[in-house]
Design a protein around this ligand. Structure first.
Ligand code: AMP
Ligand code: ZN
Length: 114
């Protein structure tokens, strides 16, 4: 069983931010920014590349709720999902990184424009 499935079934502890029947948001163990939260579906999908769009509809709503709970919506935040080898994905259970609580840099914008 994958590490995030173990988090879902309680085998590995987590610091939960928000949870419902289908999704879980918890703190990243190694935060890259002041706020760094992971959002996962409780069902196992390897990555965004294979998740049914219907699941993503629910996940979108859930992520917005998490951003509200973390008070990120006014100042903004970054949402990232890494996919496969070239995407740098380490844990092969779909997850979105919510990064915020401070200015998190330009990333893609920097690469394209500067
Ligand atoms: P990715 O590179 O997108 O696959 O990111 C995996 C993320 O999972 C990394 O940011 C890790 O810090 C995080 N992570 C790994 N194990 C745990 C854990 N047990 N609890 C919380 N976050 C974790
Ligand atoms: Zn899993």
């Amino acid at each position: 069983m994958c590490i995030f499935c173990k988090i879902v079934n309680g085998e590995i502890p987590n610091k939960t931010i928000l949870e419902d029947e289908k999704f879980l948001a918890f703190e990243d163990i190694s935060p890259a920014t002041k706020v760094h939260v992971l959002v996962i579906p409780k069902d196992h999908y390897t990555s965004f590349d294979v998740v049914p769009p219907k699941i993503m509809a629910g996940m979108t709503e859930f992520i917005q709720k998490v951003a509200s709970k973390l008070n990120l919506r006014e100042d903004g935040y970054r949402l990232i999902t890494n996919i496969g080898e070239h995407g740098g994905q380490v844990v092969h259970h779909l997850h979105f990184h919510i990064l915020g609580g401070e200015y998190v840099g330009r990333l893609v914008g920097d690469k394209i424009k500067e």
